[in-house]
Design a protein around this ligand. Structure first.
Ligand SMILES: Nc1ncnc2c1ncn2[C@@H]1O[C@H](COP(=O)(O)OP(=O)(O)OP(=O)(O)O)[C@@H](O)[C@H]1O
Ligand SMILES: [Mg+2]
Length: 234
């Protein structure tokens, strides 16, 4: 399979068209961004770490029967994925309070949610990815009710699988963001699963092992991402 041209360059990744219409190459960049791109830095080694972590976690989900776009890791910072028609909806699952839910609702950080919370956001940088309800999704025709129900149930299945896996490695899955796309009319998990799109805390020390280290200028970014890779690949 050969890369032909860059189809889309986002803040953290480049999607390359290939000589096969069904497959793309997803390249992970070293760019770290936050707050809708207003905070930006290039961190050497970040792309390789997120590609390897995502490959491990997609592999885990595939083994557990979750339908994902992941085909194979082909280089340090590239993976082959199935080409999807992405839905303009981001699905967020929260097991523990952190980030925007604390700001938006004044909920105390680290409060546990059992059962977990599922939220939907409009994928639109200009509008700052606003939170949306299922009625908003319906009137904007972003997805059918059936697809919304499927995204919700898949997101909760992914939560059960990943929480169990990470707890065995002394990691708390605080929250994470998923993106889904369509292959024909089949719903498929796309994008990435990494410390850029998830919050991971050490179960014993509470130490932050995700992009919050960049958001809050805490330092130790590459060390934390390297620790995540070591644990998920063990
Ligand atoms: N299998 C796939 N097929 C087609 N597009 C995909 C697939 N997986 C991910 N994408 C899209 O590729 C882009 C990846 O780039 P990147 O993550 O850098 O995104 P972004 O759009 O800048 O914004 P954000 O960071 O808010 O996701 C995203 O728009 C994502 O929806
Ligand atoms: Mg993205």
């Amino acid at each position: 399979m050969k890369k032909t041209k860059a189809l889309y360059e986002g803040k953290a990744k480049i999607l390359w068209e290939t000589d096969s219409p069904d497959y793309m190459v997803q390249e992970f960049k070293n760019d770290a961004t936050a707050f809708d791109g207003t905070k930006h830095e290039v961190i050497a080694g970040k792309g390789v770490l997120n590609n390897r972590i995502s490959s491990h976690l997609f592999g885990l989900l595939k083994d557990k029967g979750v339908r994902t776009h992941f085909i194979e890791k082909i280089s340090d910072n590239e993976m082959v994925v199935e080409r999807l028609e992405m839905l303009r909806v981001e699905v967020v699952v929260r097991n523990v309070a952190a980030g925007s839910i604390c700001r938006r609702l004044g909920i105390e950080a680290l409060k546990r949610f059992d059962p977990p919370i599922v939220e939907f956001y409009l994928k639109d940088d200009d509008l700052h990815d606003p939170i949306i309800t299922q009625d908003h999704i319906r009137i904007m025709e972003l997805a059918t009710q059936e697809q919304v129900d499927q995204m919700r149930s898949d997101a909760l299945t992914i939560n059960t699988v990943m929480r169990g896996f990470l707890e065995q490695r002394d990691m708390v899955l605080v929250d994470y963001k998923l993106e889904f796309g369509l292959k024909g009319d089949e719903l498929v998990l796309g994008d990435e699963i990494s410390p850029d799109t998830c919050r991971f805390h050490d179960a014993k020390t509470g130490e932050i092992m995700d992009k919050d280290r960049f958001r809050q200028d805490m330092g130790g970014f590459i060390e934390a991402y390297t620790e995540v890779l070591e644990r998920v690949s063990s």
